[in-house]
Design a protein around this ligand. Structure first.
Ligand SMILES: [Zn+2]
Length: 163
């Protein structure tokens, strides 16, 4: 793993992306740059260039996360990633901390996946993933409570009440 970096410019995309995606590297950089420059939160890019070796070292190639809210015990995060699951896919998600018993750690209150078979698909999937995250980046909610309420998930106050 390499990173985290705060800009897609730091990511060696030619080493990270499948070889046949080389022609769309510029387009991916431009799209990803929309996340870099957003005021809602600072993006953290992580990448896994060792994946380009035939042996493979795990499914993740590229991962962006934007923390919209974070304390020691609670959080709200937007993520966009490219991974082999086992087919190449882009996934975009809105994630919140879990307050269930037992603890699941994370809940995906929004989650969508796009299959990628070539460079054009990759551009489309990146654009769709960013478009999915855009309303949350622009308008929030910027706190995990309303996201959990909408999804019918337990809140920290439910823990206090059950003690
Ligand atoms: Zn849970």
């Amino acid at each position: 793993m390499a990173g985290p970096g705060n800009s897609i410019v730091e990511v060696p995309l030619l080493e990270v992306l499948p070889r046949d995606c080389a022609p769309v590297v510029g387009e991916i950089r431009r799209l990803a740059g929309e996340l870099d420059t957003h005021a809602a939160g600072r993006v953290a890019w992580r990448w896994f260039p060792e994946r380009s070796h035939p042996a493979g070292h795990g499914p993740m190639l590229l991962d962006a996360s934007i923390a919209l809210f974070s304390t020691d015990v609670d959080w709200l995060e937007l993520t966009l990633d490219l991974a082999c699951r086992p087919d190449l896919t882009v996934n975009a998600a809105v994630e919140v901390a879990c307050w269930c018993r037992p603890d699941h750690n994370t809940h995906y209150v929004r989650d969508q996946t796009w299959q990628v078979t070539n460079g054009a698909d990759l551009v489309d999937a990146f654009a769709a993933g960013i478009a999915m995250l855009q309303p949350a980046l622009d308008h929030g909610p910027f706190h995990p409570l309303p996201w959990r309420a909408e999804a019918g998930l337990p809140q920290p106050t439910d823990w206090a009440a059950s003690r």
